[in-house]
Write a protein that binds this ligand. Structure first.
Ligand SMILES: [Zn+2]
Length: 140
């Protein structure tokens, strides 16, 4: 499906002016878009990813024409999705780096410590845990 001229012009204007930066998300399917030429702010509503169900409170849209405000919202939403996916990928990459290489087996380990003529023994989930349990015995 080819874009009609007014729709294409709206997207070109939104891209040239970085229209997504003029968009504030109010809630799902409801956005504020700052006018490029005045202090006016328009309300764009709609949930369709491609913007086909979007309406805008500006004069052009009320007169049935495509406006760049709707194009800006479509771009802002797609940009937000792209940023979210990028952040998820970065988090997954850093989590993979931080993940331990060795997993601790869920088995018992025993530690024996001879100190001052006394033998201390303790069990733990692993050697470090067993040593920790000996330390607690000594403190007691
Ligand atoms: Zn508009």
């Amino acid at each position: 499906m080819a874009l009609d001229t007014s729709t294409r012009n709206a997207f070109v204007k939104a891209a040239r002016t970085r229209g997504w930066e003029s968009v504030t998300r109010l809630e799902y399917g409801r956005y504020l878009v700052k006018s490029a030429t005045s202090t006016a702010t328009y309300v764009v509503t709609g949930t369709d990813r491609n913007g086909t169900d979007h309406t805008c409170s500006c004069t052009a849209a009320i007169n049935g024409r495509m406006c760049w405000h709707r194009a800006a919202v479509v771009m802002a939403r797609q940009r937000a999705e792209w940023l979210k996916a990028k952040r998820r990928a970065e988090l997954a990459a850093s989590a993979a780096q931080a993940a331990p290489v060795v997993t601790v087996p869920a088995q018992r380990a025993e530690a024996v410590l001879r100190f001052g003529g006394v033998e201390y023994r303790a069990e733990g989930r692993n050697l470090l845990g067993a040593i920790g349990n000996i330390a607690q015995q000594r403190a007691a």
